[in-house]
Design a protein around this ligand. Structure first.
Ligand code: A2P
Length: 219
């Protein structure tokens, strides 16, 4: 949870995913800016030295311990749902546990993909994490409302098999593939059905399995 003190003196808090890796001593967040949103209308103007509120107890399901070992790990995100994966693609454990990591990000417009695209590009030569990645990270961006090289909802590209053909990988299987999902409720519901159709089961920290889902919270 992060937030600010409201005009009435009460904290104004929203759930955010931490986008920075767990080893980093800086905390990074990725947010939309809602012009008349109670929190983000103010948060977008904070300056160095301003106070923010951070709730100390992180919660969430997108953790490696909730998945049983596999060969390939998919991260499926829409919009700001990329935030937890911005953290995990910078986590050495991700590359120690999997041979291949595929980050699929669907946004309405090309501009919304920019944060993820720049991050992925920067990692190949990153002095800290680059050697762990070692060519294992693949990026699959799609847009739904503006023209870009790969168009369409990730759910549709999965169902049609186009995503597998584009990436040159076999269809998702419970033997080899694991997935983490973070997006709107609609995306999460649709992807759960698709992943279960491929034979994957939803896992939890106490009962790991083949995929996990987290709701992307908006500011
Ligand atoms: P679309 O443009 O077809 O609605 P939003 O900004 O509404 O959260 O959407 C972010 C991205 O997620 C958009 O590209 C949107 O596609 C896509 N999206 C929304 N709902 C779903 C869903 N149920 N399954 C797959 N993609 C979705």
């Amino acid at each position: 949870m992060i937030g600010l003190l409201g005009d009435n003196g009460k904290p104004l808090l929203r759930a955010y995913s931490i986008a920075s890796p767990s080893w980093d001593d800086e905390l990074e967040f990725y947010s939309i800016k809602v012009q008349d949103g109670p929190l983000t209308s103010r948060l977008q103007h904070i300056k160095p030295g301003d106070d923010i509120i951070l709730r100390p107890k992180p919660v969430g399901t997108l953790v490696h311990d909730a998945l049983i070992p596999g060969k390939r790990l998919y991260f499926f995100a829409t919009g700001t749902g990329i935030a937890p994966f911005a953290s995990l693609i910078r986590d050495p454990e991700t590359y120690e546990e999997y041979d291949e990591v595929i980050l699929a990000h669907t946004c309405r417009d090309v501009a919304e993909l920019e944060y993820g695209r720049q991050l992925v590009e920067s990692l190949a030569d990153d002095p800290l994490i680059g050697e762990f990645i070692d060519g294992k990270l693949r990026y699959y961006p799609t847009t739904t409302r503006e023209q870009s090289p790969v168009m369409g909802r990730i759910t549709d590209r999965l169902k049609s098999g186009e995503m597998f053909a584009d990436l040159g990988v076999p269809e998702i299987s419970p033997e080899n593939d694991r997935a983490m999902v973070c997006g709107s409720i609609g995306l999460n519901t649709d992807l759960k059905e698709i992943l279960e159709g491929f034979g994957l089961r939803e896992g939890a920290n106490s009962d790991p399995a083949e995929y996990v889902v987290e709701k992307a919270f908006v500011g």
